[in-house]
Design a protein around this ligand. Structure first.
Ligand code: PGA
Length: 255
């Protein structure tokens, strides 16, 4: 049976100035130094990426950005190119976070272009999907996930999937303290994996890591990762604290 290596990422959102980011990384490194069998990523804000990358040198923890644009250079005031992220030591970028979709109006069409270009440039991507509470209660969850996966991944081909993970983040669970139950997460992840199987093929679907995100904490991580289709986490609030994040990493690695 194919084993998908858990992928545990911390999304720091718009928190931490440079000094705080470096201090968190220095605290995190020894706590996760002996944890094997798991990929670990931290995603500080853009302004702290370079210093965070320096602080991470020699550690197995990888660096990620929270957003990226779909062009290499040009008159795009305020945007950051994938090449710039690679230049400061990023291996990863988050694309399509629900806050980007909702607050900044990023569409499925734009996100699919960002994903295509980031992967072409050599970044690995955590591509986020997930339904709102309204959509879930209105019985539209499957349609929403189907649209986000269908359009979001539309420009990818089979070989791109080495560089892509999906993050299922139900919007109603993000920053609310309400976590999806392990059963709800498993149901959505299995559905998403099946969408990928139908859009691509079984090998790609089976190899694809699907992270869960939304109020992941040290005390609920073990139950979530125990589900067969949950392959890691994208952690917001709890990733800001090195000890909490390390506890989640350990749970993700199987204890
Ligand atoms: P949360 O955020 O863990 O604070 O709910 C998750 C995310 O937005 O990625």
């Amino acid at each position: 049976m194919l084993v998908r290596k858990p992928l545990i990422a911390g999304n720091w959102k718009m928190f931490k100035v440079v000094g705080e980011a470096v201090a968190t990384i220095e605290a995190l490194k020894p706590l996760v130094a002996d944890v094997g069998g798991v990929d670990i990523v931290v995603c500080p804000p853009f302004t702290a990426l370079y210093a965070a990358g320096q602080a991470l040198r020699g550690s197995a923890v990888e660096l990620g950005a929270q957003n990226v644009y779909k062009e290499a250079k040009g008159a795009f005031t305020g945007e950051i190119a994938p090449q710039m992220l690679l230049d400061v030591g990023c291996a990863w970028a988050i694309i399509g976070h629900s806050e980007r979709r909702k607050i900044f109006g990023e569409t499925d069409a734009l996100l699919s272009e960002k994903l295509r270009f980031a992967v072409d440039t050599g970044l690995k991507v955590m591509f986020c999907i997930g339904e709102t509470l309204e959509e879930r209660q209105g019985g539209q969850m499957n349609d929403v996930l189907s649209r986000q996966v269908g359009e979001g991944l539309a420009k990818l081909s089979a070989s791109d999937f080495e560089r892509v993970a999906l993050a299922y983040e139900p919007v109603w669970a993000i920053g609310t303290g309400v976590t999806a139950t392990p059963e709800q997460a498993e149901e959505a992840h299995a559905y998403v994996r099946d969408l990928v199987r139908r859009q691509f093929d079984a090998t790609i679907a089976e190899g694809l890591r699907i992270q869960y995100g939304g109020s992941v904490k040290p005390d609920n991580a073990a139950q979530l990762i125990a589900k067969p289709n949950v392959d890691g986490f994208l952690v917001g609030g709890a990733s800001l604290d090195a000890r909490d994040f390390a506890a989640i990493v350990k749970a993700g690695a199987g204890g």
